[in-house]
Design a protein around this ligand. Sequence first.
Ligand code: HEM
Ligand code: SF4
Length: 568
Amino acid sequence: MTDDVSRNERIKEASDYLRGTLAEGLREEVTGAIVEDDQQLVKFHGMYLQDDRDLRPERSRKKMEKAFAFMIRVRVPGGVLTPAQWLALDEVARDYGNGTMKLTTRQTVQLHGIIKSNLKATMKKIDAAVLDSIAACGDVNRNVMCNPNPHLSRAHAETLAMARKISDDLLPRTPAYREIWLDGEKIAGGEDEVVEPIYGKTYLPRKFKIVMAVPPSNDVDIFAHDLGFIAIVDEAGAVAGYNVTVGGGMGMTHGETDTYPRTAEVMGYCGPSDVLAVAEAVVTVQRDWGDRLNRKHARLKYTIEDRGLEAFKAEVEKRAGVLLQPAKPFAFTSTGDSYGWSAGDNGRSHLTLYVQNGRLFPPQMTALRKLAQEHDGDLRITPNQHLIVANIPAERQNAVHWAMKEAGLLAPWSGLRRNSMACVALPTCGLALAESERYLPDLITALDDKLAAYALLADDIVIRMTGCPNGCARPYLAEIGLVGKGPGRYNLYLGAAFDGSRLSKLYAEDLDHAGIVAALEPIFKAYAADRQKGERFGNFAIRAGFVAATGNGRDFHNNVRLAKVAAA
Ligand code: HEM
Ligand code: SF4
């Protein structure tokens, strides 16, 4: 491979299908880390090397190595776990992790704080629970998301089954995962087409994310993802086919206007039997057309901005051998979860819990462990970092309700808190510029004070925070988005649509806590006074002129009103 590719491309190429020197690195006892190239490769196995950033100053004073540990992200297509799988993850988190679990915005579980010497034991436990972490991170198709709401019954079941099929179809085939983590036998390399028929030796130019939505819920945030399928349900309640969306993505870099979040566009419609061929074709076109020189320009959203949707669609149709039909009508109402009880079949019910920022601390883990030990339904992680306990028989509903209430897992009153999400950020995420999940709850308390003054406390308003502009909690699709800029400083974005279909706009920069509250209070006041019937906060922010409503993709940064605010 020539010099004109990014460093990651060379690492992949030389890795012998994601092996690198990981096996040797795990045996190396003088450091808790692994070498740099392997740090890139280990992501494809579902792990990040991290260090506890809270401990950096002290360890540096003592001339000690950073407090290295790994984060493992499990792959859970559609977010559905059996009670036995839940118990296995809970045990791993307590025995080898930092004693907490993070339910993520992409329907998986992250376990933090696993030191190198415990990695293999952890991976074996995960394997024994019939779970894995392959392709949970890295330049491949990641966890496939799907509406986890069990009472959507038939359409839901069909869509979930399809999500699992897509997930299986696009899994890396390299035997490296079994070899390295599960002491599998070393299988000699072969030709690209044999080892990785879809990805080839260098996999994709960048991460790739697929979701499936069942309207009217857009809980998966379909427009934030590279590839999406919107189920179109027929009169009998079965899935007739899917609208196909392409080219969504969140990440950007502060100050670099050629990087931007983008909402996906609807490309057409296909029948259920064409879904796999279309998904594979989208992936391989991006494999071949995506930018391998500049990783900041390598997501599918940039390929589509540069080549145009029509050219991309034509190539996908050619490779899939499928002519996409015109998209069918659909309507989304919200990106949120419906908390509380809902009815299932045969007298059983489902309970959607509220897990603040997806973080389960020991008391909540204990309550859920007890629940899982007696539960014969399943546990479903929502795309909003929450958890549905599905199929609870009538005789257990009372006990479950009170146990969950006592553990603080029922939804709060505050409309802002009910609709909040935060990424991990400090202390584990090496990319964080500011706090996120450790700070957002306090900010909401302060904002709720102001909202209460305008009788808006119970109103559903979507707020999301991330510690950096990569956008792991999809802040650019929140009605109030806060993106870390530096320690204690955030950029404030406003104006996204409640149903997840429109990005927000930058409203103010570099705000500290007092600055955020001061910037939002007058907007809350105006909203309470001037909103039209049923008008959402994001829509109001635009109509009332707080932010401009221009465009998608590269137009994201084109906010005429910010200039006026700054000049005023
Ligand atoms: C350039 C872009 C991105 C980079 C480099 C990146 C990197 C990371 C890293 C290092 C973590 C681990 C943090 C920790 O657990 O300590 C993380 C977490 C996570 N990321 Fe990203 N990320 C990016 C964009 C995104 C986007 C756009 C999404 C979703 C649409 C996403 C979804 C997640 C999720 C679900 C987590 C787990 C924690 C949570 O639920 O917030 N990431 N990311
Ligand atoms: S948004 Fe940034 S700070 Fe937050 S988890 Fe993602 S990479 Fe880390």
